[in-house]
Design a protein around this ligand. Sequence first.
Ligand code: HEC
Ligand code: HEC
Length: 75
Amino acid sequence: MKRVAFWAALAIVFAVAAGCGHKRVAPYAPRMPDVKEHKGQTSDEDCLDCHALASLPDHSVSDSCLDCHRVIPGR
Ligand code: HEC
Ligand code: HEC
């Protein structure tokens, strides 16, 4: 019985950890690649010219893209 409880607890831990990967947590947001298209991007509307909102999981128009996505120079 104890053993079952252990595996059940472990399963819950993994389920929660896996869920976190899909929450929109800024540190987990992919960096904007340091490509020429991203040079000098300062407004959120600009992003939508190239990135279709419909193709982004859990994103909305009111998002401040740059709060979460930044260019890391050289990457
Ligand atoms: C002129 C077109 C253009 C604009 C404007 C633009 N992007 Fe991009 N973006 C691209 C291209 C092209 C790529 C793919 C680059 C590569 O991987 O070589 C990309 C890739 C990305 C990625 C990585 C996607 C992934 O799957 O890892 C993120 C994040 C991103 N852009 C965010 C933004 C944000 C936020 C803005 C607004 C500040 C923005 N982009 C504005 C063209 C653009
Ligand atoms: C609250 C933080 C947050 C904000 C604001 C935000 N994003 Fe994201 N974005 C994320 C996370 C986290 C991911 C990773 C995908 C996932 O796990 O849902 C992501 C993924 C992406 C990707 C890659 C999608 C893919 O298919 O790999 C692009 C491009 C992107 N965001 C662009 C934008 C644009 C454009 C905006 C503004 C409209 C924006 N993001 C606003 C957190 C954010």
